[in-house]
Design a protein around this ligand. Structure first.
Ligand SMILES: [Zn+2]
Ligand SMILES: [Zn+2]
Ligand SMILES: [Zn+2]
Length: 133
């Protein structure tokens, strides 16, 4: 079963972004994370955005609104999906990934368990400051 992608009311994806693209069958996806984050094609419940502000990398802020802001990303979901020790996603904290040679040079290789970050208290979006191409 697939849910049609409504660009006026994009659903929240498990990667933490609102959907910003659709697959060939019309189901929503996140073009930023597809192929990188396993949640890029999974719809989850919208987190509570009441009273939150979203920030662009340029420093501009706007009230968090998943319907109006481009490339909206939940700060809470971003925090919960990355590790406070090594910055890697939870899925990277497996024996299989740790056995790979390159992890020996990162904090990921030290054997700690995944520790999610705290909610930063704000969300993220893109205000258009660097153009839309
Ligand atoms: Zn994403
Ligand atoms: Zn870690
Ligand atoms: Zn900006």
């Amino acid at each position: 079963m697939s849910i049609a992608y409504d660009h006026l009311n994009p659903p929240m994806m498990a990667c933490g972004h609102t959907a910003n693209a659709s697959n060939g069958d019309g189901s929503p996806s996140c073009i930023v994370c597809v192929g990188i984050h396993p949640g890029a094609e999974t719809v989850i419940e919208m987190p509570d955005l009441t009273g939150r502000m979203a920030r662009c990398t340029c420093g501009k802020e706007a009230p968090s609104d998943s319907r109006k802001l481009a490339f909206f990303e939940s700060g809470l979901l971003r925090a919960l999906s990355s590790c406070s020790v090594c910055n890697y996603a939870a899925i990277a904290h497996t024996d299989e990934v740790r056995a790979r040679p390159h992890t020996r040079n990162t904090k990921l290789g030290d054997g700690h368990t995944f520790q999610p970050k705290d909610d930063p208290g704000h969300d993220y979006y893109y205000c258009g400051c660097r153009g839309w191409d």
